[in-house]
Write a protein that binds this ligand. Structure first.
Ligand code: ADP
Ligand code: MG
Ligand code: MG
Length: 899
């Protein structure tokens, strides 16, 4: 095995072995771009080190051989006193990871070689500046010395000199600073700063290896589901110097605007500076465009190189470069991060430039980005006072009065106020407050904190971990870093997509992408030049979304349906591109005014009373279905018969007991309350989720399901008589065995036959079932004998397969599970492929074996989750069904799965 690769030996596809940075340095080298020579120690070497605690024995010689080669090419030796070769030692894993070791620059400098460097460069100051940087970076990252000690010493030196920035320090100041820094190293580590160049290099390489298992790096990997065994590569790169005076400098650039996708010159440049100075903000950078004036030749060359890179990578790239005395050097490139909007625009721009095709453009965007573009957002043009920034934990734009406890959140929201719940961090006791609030803001915790997990589950805006905000729940106030105080009742605005927190009400604007979908996917003919400022951008964005969506629709195999319970939702879903309804929950039709009829049904003592109640419900149900069939005319509508336990329709047991007790005390009439209370007691269950619900209700309460089937059948007949095209599908929930289904089916068929006869309309209604219990999935082959379709109810299936009660676990221990890395994402958010998914896969096969034309779909939140959609595509479902708002996301992901 080979553990070291010269930059000339690698390429961009070797990221596993060389890490992202190393692979791309090699790629640029081979493109003939000016990259300082160097070599990469592979991730394999790192893995051996991490497994055994020792570098692989062959590594030392391999490094020596490559170093010899590098020295020969450069005509100088590492740390050579009269003319030292200096290198940087740079970490670089396959995925860039916060918490990994930083880069150490200027390795090879020592007391012996600093004068040589000064002589070669003809610049004393530069040599001492480079040396103090080495000791500082090496001390901090390799020797684990507290970095503040160096920072403070640097500040002191500037202070003593009355210097505004580090460039105002002269050679002598820096020489003294080097002495101070060496003193710090000796004091903190008990040993001298290593003078031997090769030892410096080896220690730095090992420190990079070790940093793979740093706490922060490990946590990050768990959260982002990056495997722990990848290891990191280490790049040794000969130094070029941007700190050699005004004709030198360093900069970062993007090949196009990562915010909007527009082509142009984007970047920052800093004269007379090294490495991180640009991003560290120690001095003010100038826009990259200014480089044209400072150094025309380098600027032109850089523009040329950026074009080469874009054409080569066929994508937006970001780059790091350094100019040493008028000579340009490339130090890094990679395919750059971008905003969601830019992702869509860049993808279509690249198609227009002929660099990629439509299928590739579709792969370049994703559902999460589309979802981001669909949230309402704060008006960028509005004046807003930002008071802090945290982690963008759950997207959206929320405005409300600051409250600091759950109780107040609930109380105020009941009286019609919009509130933002602000906590240091949340815990299960905050749940009610979180539900009541428009948004949640915390000063502690990351993406898997309680607040973040629960907010995402509820689809509620959340910013967490805004650490510079001091939350004082006792005094009900929040203090910003600059001392601004936000009291309870003050209005704040939080942006869950950017993590920004504002004081006061920031106006919210609807998303142009949603307007586009509301417009049934038609691009408005608005002329860009006539629109208000910024309209050009959003028109552009909408056009890009339109093009990519059109392509996704063309290639996808999965159909996309909506979960919708009423005509209004159905109509919106249709505008958003739904190809039918995959789940209409009939329980929503039993609420409000109708609740009292349901009460009567439950309280009925005699057959007559019960039939009477059902008779009142029938026409109401029928009308619901007529409207639904009309809104979805010509498309399938899957109607689920009543699913939840009946007690959900009765008053709360405590309320009722109080009412009964009060009435008794006042000697008032309370016969009805008493009956209700008895019924509630009778229906009370320890685990309602596993109790009398779904098909069990249909089998135990005579006439309930048949009433619903009759309502569906009569509604369908009425639509046909009105020349409509209703495509009803009757779905039985919570079936565990085929016998249950057969019994319900028999009754249903009889009712349908009766309606057929009575109306003379040739009715056709499909009958199928949900697969949402493990037993149903395991006996799917049998169940398919009585079902014309399956709809996987993955919410309940996840609950029953894991033995999780969703309502309880998400708020209680999921945070701990996520933090411990037991799963990277809640199985209610993304389908658990290994467990729940394997049941789905088997049920699909068994079902189709029994009935080849069995129609297969999924309803439940997973139907709109990007990763899950890919899974459903892969196992061969016919459709996914999700909430209307998620439909575009599902369409896009279904396209990506097929592209
Ligand atoms: P990061 O991954 O944190 O960006 P890098 O390895 O890219 O770390 O290095 C940090 C900074 O040092 C960057 O600005 C980079 O351009 C600069 N740098 C790295 N190696 C060299 C080198 N050989 N010569 C000059 N500057 C370098
Ligand atoms: Mg870098
Ligand atoms: Mg269910």
């Amino acid at each position: 095995r080979k553990f070291v690769y010269d930059f000339t030996e690698g390429n961009k596809d070797l990221k596993d072995l060389l890490g992202g940075k190393g692979a791309n340095l090699a790629e640029m080298t081979n493109l003939g771009l000016p990259v300082p020579p160097g070599f990469t120690v592979t991730t394999e070497a790192c893995k051996v080190y991490l497994d055994s605690g020792h570098e692989p024995p062959a590594l030392r010689d391999e490094v020596s051989a490559h170093l010899d080669d590098l020295q020969a090419r450069m005509g100088k030796k590492l740390g050579q006193p009269d003319n030292p070769l200096l290198v940087s030692v740079r970490s670089g894993a396959k995925f860039s990871m916060p918490g990994m070791m930083d880069t150490v620059l200027n390795i090879g400098l020592s007391d012996a070689s600093v004068a040589g460097l000064a002589a070669q460069a003809g610049d004393e100051r530069f040599a001492w500046d480079s040396y103090r940087r080495l000791i500082q970076m090496f001390g901090k990252t390799v020797l684990d010395v507290d970095g503040d000690l160096f920072e403070e010493a640097l500040e002191d030196a500037k202070h003593a000199k009355g210097a505004a920035t580090d460039v105002d320090l002269g050679a002598e100041d820096l020489r003294q600073l080097v002495d101070t820094f060496k003193g710090i190293v000796l004091k903190e580590t008990g040993r001298e700063f290593p003078q031997e160049p090769r030892e410096q290099m080896d220690l730095a390489i090992r420190a990079v290896f070790d940093s793979w298992n740093g706490d922060r790096a490990k946590l990050y990997r768990r959260q982002e589901r990056i495997p722990h065994d990848l290891g990191t590569a280490v790049n040794i790169c000969s130094m070029v110097f941007g700190n050699l005076g005004p004709d030198s400098g360093t900069g970062v650039a993007f090949t196009r605007d990562p915010a909007s996708g527009r082509q142009g010159v984007y970047g920052d440049y800093l004269q007379n500076a090294q490495g991180e100075d640009v991003v560290a903000g120690i001095r003010n950078t100038v826009p990259l465009a200014d480089l044209e004036r400072i150094d025309q030749a380098s600027y032109d060359q850089l523009m040329q190189i950026m074009e080469t890179l874009e054409t080569h990578y066929k994508d937006l790239c970001d780059i790091e470069f350094t100019i040493e005395r008028g000579r340009l050097w490339m130090l890094q490139t990679r395919v750059g991060k971008r905003t969601a909007g830019a992702a869509f625009r860049i993808a279509t721009q690249l198609v227009d430039q002929g660099l990629i095709d439509d299928a590739e453009a579709l792969r370049r965007v994703n559902g999460a980005q589309l979802a981001q573009l669909m949230f309402p957002r704060f008006d960028e043009k509005a004046a807003a006072e930002q008071i802090g920034r945290g982690i963008a934990a759950s997207p959206g734009a929320a405005v409300g009065k600051a409250v600091f406890d759950s109780y107040t959140a609930v109380k105020w929201s009941r009286s019609g106020e919009n509130v933002i719940l602000i906590r240091r961090e949340t815990n299960p006791d905050d749940l009610n407050g979180m539900i009541a609030a428009q948004g949640i803001l915390t000063s502690r915790g990351g993406k898997t904190s309680h607040a973040a997990v629960v907010a995402r589950g509820m689809g509620k805006t959340c910013v967490c971990g805004a650490e510079e905000l001091e939350v004082d729940t006792k005094r009900r106030r929040l203090t910003t870093q600059d001392g601004t105080v936000v009291e309870e009742g003050d209005v704040v605005s939080i942006d869950g997509s950017s993590g920004k927190v504002y004081l006061g009400e920031v106006p919210v604007v609807p998303s142009p992408v949603v307007e586009y979908f509301e417009n049934e996917g038609r691009v408005s003919p608005r002329l860009p030049l006539e629109g208000p400022a910024g309209a050009e951008d959003s028109d552009d964005l909408v056009k890009a979304v339109h093009r990519i969506m059109a392509y996704a629709d063309r290639v996808r195999r999965l159909r996309v349906r909506a979960n919708a319970d009423n005509a209004e939702d159905a109509a919106r879903a249709r505008r958003f591109g739904a190809q039918g309804i995959g789940l209409c929950r009939t329980e929503h039709m039993f609420l409000g005014e109708r609740r009292r009829h349901v009460e009567k049904l439950i309280l009925a003592d005699t057959d007559e009373e019960r039939e009477e109640a059902l008779r009142t419900l029938l026409p109401l149900q029928k009308q619901d279905f007529v409207e639904l069939f009309e809104a979805m005319d010509g498309l399938p509508v899957t109607i689920r018969l009543l699913d939840p336990p009946l007690h959900e329709f009765l008053p709360d047991i405590t309320d009722l007991s109080v009412r009964v007790a009060l009435a008794e005390a006042r000697h008032e009439q309370h016969e009805n309350e008493l009956r209700l209370l008895q019924a509630v007691h009778k229906l009370h269950e320890q685990n309602p989720m596993l109790g009398l619900r779904g098909v069990r209700l249909g089998l135990v309460i005579p006439g309930l399901f048949t009433m619903q089937v009759r309502a569906i059948a009569e509604a369908a007949a009425q639509r046909i008589e009105a020349e409509g095209d209703p495509r009803g599908e009757i779905m039985i929930p919570l079936v565990g065995t085929v016998q249950e289904l057969e019994l319900v089916r028999e009754e249903a068929e009889q009712v349908i036959a009766e309606v057929r006869q009575a109306t003379g309309v040739d009715l056709r209604l499909a009958l199928g079932t949900m697969i949402e219990l493990p037993r149903a999935a395991l006996t799917a082959g049998q169940i398919a004998e009585a079902a014309e379709f399956f709809s996987f109810g993955t919410n309940d299936l996840t609950q029953t397969v894991w033995g999780f009660s969703r309502d309880d676990v998400e708020a209680s221990f999921f945070t701990a599970y996520l933090e411990k890395g037991i799963f990277g994402v809640s199985p209610f958010e993304t389908i658990d492929k290994d467990g729940v998914g394997s049941l789905v896969r088997n049920a699909v096969e068994a079902g189709r074996a029994t009935r080849p034309d069995l129609k297969l779909g999924v309803c439940g939140e997973h139907g709109g989750d990007p990763e899950s959609v890919h899974f459903f595509h892969e196992v061969g479902l016919d459709y996914v069904s999700c909430s209307p708002f998620r439909i575009p996301v599902a369409r896009l992901e279904a396209g990506r799965a097929a592209a």
